[in-house]
Design a binder for this molecule. Structure first.
Ligand SMILES: O=C(O)CCC(=O)C(=O)O
Ligand SMILES: [Fe+2]
Length: 286
């Protein structure tokens, strides 16, 4: 964990030019550096830099990961492999708790899609005027979050933001939208945000775990009963959901509204998204 944090810190300490080699406006790019700290763009900005890239399956993007710091690829590979295993362990306990086969969630992921988002929040002279990252839920199943020893994560409980104080040596596990959909609402994705402070740089490394991008995500058949437990979410291609969620200016849990059925509360949000995934396959093992 320490090595991963150090290596990520090393990446953010690189020159602007070096980091900008990984910049991209395409939210689906396999590696993507972004900054709100030195940019001319006129949209809502966060007080953070970030580096996002795909993890598992590692072979498909490993060669595109940052080559600087020189140990980044090896350290990140080991960390992401370990985190994937941990996510599968927790998923199997969740599956059992839902009354499904232990390996139901793991199987539902197919080859799976792991995404790491490393966030760098420098000290902010006026922290009450901005946010490090505004309210959202994650699109995947489980997000496993590591952070340095600076607080900043908050989760929403009813209408209150509750700080999640960092406990050294621990990871935070958040539920994302994919698990809310798969469990037909028995699990709720957690709405969260990050605040910044005046004194210390905060680093967080969030690793999300979802299904293949071309999978169709939907409630597990065993958890749906047309009469008593109607499906609360419509099927959608995971890639389309992710793209829509990532591009959505409206934050919070609004993106989930696009897949809610009439059986669940409706949302005012309307987003049109292109379906690019003609050859999709159902992600739920039947
Ligand atoms: O910095 C944090 O604690 C939260 C990061 C996060 O929510 C994300 O990257 O999705
Ligand atoms: Fe998040």
């Amino acid at each position: 964990m320490e090595e991963m944090l150090k290596s990520v810190e090393g990446f953010f300490s690189l020159t602007w030019e070096e980091k900008m080699k990984y910049a991209s406006d395409d939210v689906m790019n396999p590696v993507r550096y972004g900054t709100s700290l030195n940019t001319s763009k006129l949209h809502v900005l966060h007080w953070r830099d970030y580096l996002r890239h795909f993890g598992h399956p590692i072979e498909s993007s490993f060669h595109l990961w940052p080559s600087n710091p020189s140990n980044y690829r090896e350290v990140a590979k080991k960390y992401l492999e370990d985190v994937w295993k941990l996510a599968m362990k927790i998923s199997s306990a969740i599956a059992e708790g839902l009354g499904l086969e232990k390996d139901y969630i793991e199987k539902s992921l197919g080859e799976g899609c792991q995404i790491v988002a490393s966030n760098y929040y420098p000290p902010c002279p006026e922290p009450h005027l901005t946010l490090g990252l505004s309210a959202h839920s994650d699109h995947g199943g489980l997000t496993i979050l590591m952070q340095n020893d600076v607080d900043g994560l908050q989760v929403r409980y009813n209408d209150t933001w509750i700080p999640v104080h960092h406990v050294p040596g621990t990871l935070v596990v958040n539920i994302g939208d994919y698990l809310e959909i798969l469990s037909n609402g028995r699990y709720k994705s957690v709405e969260h945000r990050a605040v910044v402070n005046e004194e210390k740089t905060r680093i967080s490394i969030a690793v999300g775990h979802g299904p293949d991008l071309n999978s169709i995500i939907a409630p597990a058949c065993a958890l749906v009963d047309e009469k008593d437990e109607p499906p609360l979410y419509k099927p959608i291609v995971y890639r389309d959901y992710m793209r829509c969620q990532q591009s959505c200016a409206v934050r919070g849990k609004e993106p989930l509204g696009i897949v809610k059925t009439n059986a669940s509360s409706t949302s005012s949000l309307e987003i049109s998204y292109p379906s690019e995934s003609a050859s999709s396959k159902i992600s739920s093992p039947q």
